[in-house]
Ligand binder design. Structure first.
Ligand code: PLP
Length: 399
């Protein structure tokens, strides 16, 4: 019998991840000699941000001490303890379990895998981070997007959330601060989400990976600090606040009531054990990060604030584009008021100008609207040049 082509699974065929998918096209454009301006990937290290020295020192020390064997499946004790102390500082009380993972991505995937059966669904924000929908496809479960309200500063639309709940809904995902809009949820919104979770017996996944990247002062309010009954898992990590996405360290904090969450916590731990552990030596960076004075943050926030302000003023000046000012993280989600197909718009933008942004449809959005996401991590000169090119392109654009 002769060999025939290997057929990938249908579940793999369904997976979309617009942030990286766009890179395939960007590489094609770059090959033509076009000068590229990348505003597409939320990786601080690609731009003028470097991982703080105290992280490098802690990891270097751990490696010199040969801490390169497997760690416990939930992570090293000092890391778990540091995350517990941080959770207490965030006001989270009924902590049932803490586990360290290979990025927050792994924590999210494990928690979804341990919860969802095929045919069940999870409420995900639209727009929102596409990992959740990618995992939904992988698990053979259903996508159930709820809208963020652009007219209301991109706050989660809790009425829409309630309309979307059905008897197969198991959990609500809340990304706060949000990727891709940079919005921060208000306390009244968080309380309304908790009320829904209680009414419909849902778990809350609180993705707070950008929690300290708040651009106008203060900190985000952790939804798990507002209730001790509802089962919640709060996700965090070193990728964004500590400028080390390639370190691949994240975590999950389970809170709520043991009687309600006990079996689920055990299911999560079974999966944690089966995948052995997260990167061992890097886990030694967690304690210095969480328990230190965050000396790197003032400069990071100053840079981001200036770049956010430039983004808001320059994009809002362009005819046909409007932008709700982001309040956290490093993303802006701009509306294309007269464009029907944002995939086409972003791809033409790339061919004509070399500016790489991600189409709004890759994050989910209100039907009939078009957007694009900008990462405002690059320096002001790069951003300015990119926004000038977008302004030129927008004038030329005809659908
Ligand atoms: N959650 C959100 C909202 C993100 O934007 C990202 C990365 O961009 C992640 C999770 C993934 O984090 P990690 O690098 O820790 O896997």
């Amino acid at each position: 019998m002769s060999l025939s082509p290997v057929i990938p699974s249908t579940r793999a065929n369904e997976i979309r991840y617009a942030i990286r998918d766009i890179v395939v096209l960007a590489n094609k454009v770059a090959k033509t000699g076009q000068k590229m301006l990348y505003l597409n990937i939320g990786d601080p290290n690609v731009y003028d941000f470097t991982v703080p020295d105290f992280v490098v020192d802690a990891v270097g020390r751990a490696m010199k001490e040969n801490r390169c064997g497997y760690s416990p499946s939930s992570g090293i004790a000092e890391g778990v303890e540091a995350i517990r102390n941080e959770a207490h500082r965030k006001g989270i009380k009924n902590i049932l379990d803490i586990f360290i993972t290979t990025g927050a991505s792994e924590a999210i995937e494990i928690c979804m895998t341990a919860l969802l059966n095929p045919g069940e669904n999870i409420l995900t924000p639209a727009p929102g981070y596409p990992l959740y929908t990618a995992v939904v496809s992988k698990l053979g479960t259903e996508e159930n997007p709820y809208l963020l309200d652009e007219e209301n500063g991109w706050q989660p639309d809790v009425a829409d959330m309630e309309r979307k709940i059905n008897d197969k809904t198991r959990a609500i995902v809340l990304i706060n601060p949000n990727n891709p809009t940079g919005s921060i949820a208000k306390e009244e919104t968080l309380r309304a989400v908790i009320a829904l979770a209680k009414k419909y017996n849902l778990v809350i996944f609180a993705d707070e990976i950008y929690d300290k990247l708040v651009l106008d002062g203060g900190q985000t309010l952790s939804i798990a600090s507002l209730d001790q009954e509802v089962g919640m898992i709060t996700f965090g990590g070193l990728s964004k606040v500590y400028l080390g996405p390639g370190l691949r360290i994240g975590w999950g904090i389970v809170s709520g009531q043991t009687e309600l969450m006990g079996n689920y916590v055990e299911a999560i731990n079974k999966i944690l054990r089966a995948r052995l552990c997260a990167n061992h030596p890097i886990q030694y960076a967690i304690k210095p990060c969480l328990e230190g004075a965050h000396p790197h943050l003032p400069e990071v926030l100053n840079k981001l604030r200036a770049r956010r302000d430039l983004t808001v003023s320059m994009l809002n000046e362009i005819k046909g584009i409007s932008l709700v000012a982001p309040k956290g993280a490093f993303y802006a989600f701009a509306k294309l008021n007269e464009v029907k197909d944002d995939n086409k718009w972003t791809s033409e933008l790339m061919w004509k100008t070399g500016v790489v942004v991600v189409p709004g449809s890759g994050f989910g959005q209100k039907p009939g609207t078009s957007h694009f996401r900008v990462v405002f991590l690059p320096d002001e000169n790069t951003l300015k040049s990119a926004y000038e090119k977008i302004a030129w392109f927008q004038k030329e654009w005809h659908e």
